[in-house]
Design a protein. Structure first.
Length: 326
């Protein structure tokens, strides 16, 4: 049965509890999934709903083939009622709309599921309105609340739910998850994945954000190196002010300049930023191989600077000097 939640890694305790509910046929009407952002709570809630709805639930959970499974995965199951924030918050109107829907007869005698995510974005009024439904849910209706910060929910809501706790993952687990995501694991170097996992606080979701940010950085550096735009240089340098871990910040330009040095010498093998190859090829010819090597050495020495160094000035000086020399 554990395979239903095959996509949920590192949450064995939560998964075991959910499986117990399913196997006993005794699913509480109010469930609260809580823990750090980006560690699989919402994914687990959806996997739970699919196991709950499926007509042929087997040891692997939802079959994925039956009418209910197909409706759910296409997002059009009439018994599935998701509630999400409109402009940051879940408002009382959203909860009232939900209650109006719940007051109608269910689509069939099948279970109904409400997923409120993130539930800690409910306003006080919305939470108070929801309380009534949590106290007396219509028969066969399950309310799944997903919250990143349980302390932001009124205690009256928390006390009416069975709690399913999710914990941060180890850096190793996060790294393995990243490596297994198509379009992530195959596009980033193992070093990038390890670095993102290390500063993710155990959250694969946050690790993905770190990777994305690094990605934007690489593209920004291609354009910073391709043409001297003083305003862009000053803005880029400003983002280095207060940087704690300088080696992480230097990593994107370092990999770009390394590739440019290779390309300018005519080498094609061993390019790190394969995905940017065309853009890099266009920039590589703007300097001699010696010019790129000089830039590479400057960045390497930057990466060894002590934490208290004036990074903003350092980057500004690097870029202005880079564009000043051939
Ligand atoms: Zn099914």
């Amino acid at each position: 049965m554990v395979r239903i939640f095959g996509g949920i890694r590192g949450q064995d305790r939560a998964v075991a509890l959910l499986v117990r509910y399913l196997e006993s046929g005794n699913v509480p009407p109010g469930l609260l999934f809580f823990g750090e952002e980006g560690i699989g709570k919402e994914k687990a809630a959806l996997a739970f709903v699919s196991a709950l709805f499926c007509r042929h639930r087997g040891p692997a959970g939802g079959c994925g083939m039956c009418h209910d499974c197909r409706l759910l995965s296409s997002g059009s199951h009439p018994n599935f009622l998701p509630v999400s924030p409109e402009n940051q918050h879940i408002l009382i109107d959203g909860i009232r709309r939900l209650q109006a829907e719940l007051s109608l007869k269910a689509f069939s005698d099948r279970p109904r599921a409400v997923v409120i995510a993130p539930a800690d974005r409910m306003t006080v009024q919305a939470a108070n309105a929801l309380l009534k439904t949590l106290e007396e849910p219509p028969p066969g209706t399950h309310l799944l609340l997903v919250a990143h910060q349980i302390s932001r929910l009124p205690p009256t809501i928390v006390s009416r739910c069975q709690k399913v706790s999710f914990s941060p993952l180890s850096a190793r687990e996060v790294e393995e998850i990243l490596a297994g995501i198509p379009g992530v694991g195959d596009r980033h170097s193992p070093e990038d994945l390890r670095g993102a996992a290390a500063c993710s606080g155990g959250s694969p979701g946050r690790a993905l954000e770190v990777l994305e940010e690094a990605e934007g950085e690489r593209e920004k550096w291609v354009s910073l190196l391709s043409s001297p735009d003083p305003a862009a240089i000053i803005a880029a340098a400003a983002s280095w002010r207060g940087t704690g871990d300088i080696s992480r910040k230097v990593a994107p330009p370092l990999s770009i300049v390394r590739d440019l040095a290779l390309l300018s010498s005519g080498a094609e093998m061993g390019i790190i930023n394969e995905d940017l190859k065309n853009a890099l090829r266009a920039v590589a010819g703007q300097k001699t191989t010696e010019g790129w090597s000089r830039a590479l050495r400057a960045l390497l020495s930057m990466s060894r600077m002590p934490p208290q160094a004036q990074k903003q000035l350092m980057v500004e000086a690097f870029l202005f000097e880079f564009h000043g020399k051939g």
